[in-house]
Design a protein around this ligand. Sequence first.
Ligand code: 5RP
Length: 302
Amino acid sequence: MNERFTGDIVYASVENPFNSGLRHKNFAFEVSGSLPILEERALYYGSYNDCDDWFSVISFGVCLILLAGSHPNARGHIMTQDELKRAVADAALAYIKSKLENDTVLGIGTGSTANLFIDALAKIKGQISATVASSEASAQRLKSHGIPVYELNTVDRVDFYVDGADESNHSLQLIKGGGAALTREKIITAVAQEFICIADESKLVQTLGQFPLPVEVIPMARSYVARELVKLGGDPIYREGVVTDNGNVILDVFNFSIEQPLAMEEMINNITGVVTNGLFALRPADVLLLGTAEGIKTLFAE
Ligand code: 5RP
């Protein structure tokens, strides 16, 4: 049997060992990235309808069984972080798909997981009437797929916001901003009716702060803000060469164990010159879709 994986569609062909002459059967199975193939509904595009003999039926079954063993999510395969991100992006698509209406406005985040979500969204772009993006990069990616992107000021609401995170605790309070898009992400989060966070399991932590906390700062206030962050117990490092979509700079605060995310978010935002910081505690995620080796877990705030 020959098989190859191309995203969500798996192709397979079987040669008939019982007959002389050239007799092949070609199959394509659509699978979700989140579950082993045998647990998924397999859609069959092959020649089943023009199945003329038992060979077709038997080879179809053989393909299914063999592919189940060789699919990346099959038992025994350790999924990479990228595979987990892809699985969770697919899960987010499934999560919102059933809730989409004609006038749904989707907020789209930034980063590698959000990029995979954008690519997944392209498959149903005919059902997407409006998106707003949390960065120029995401807006570009959406447009490249032909998905309509609007300015936030031109829409009266955002129904869902889908975005990744650098860390989440069990209250679904987050650290974000690894991609320097934290301010626009926080603005869309504030507007969104439902914030769906998508992340691989490495992002779930007990206490926030192992990931350096990004703080977006007006350029002329950089040194002053850094001194104030030191007073709060952190070690701020200037992210050199990075200018945000808003024309500002980023300080990454290392060695911060953030026991009180709500208070810390407010304290940092109160430093003059800070635009915003990457703590999403005042407005945490509503749901966290977490890609794990055991499959997708859906977490709500504890
Ligand atoms: C960008 C972000 C991202 O959501 C965060 O950095 C996670 O990125 P990735 O999905 O690439 O791991 O906040 O500003």
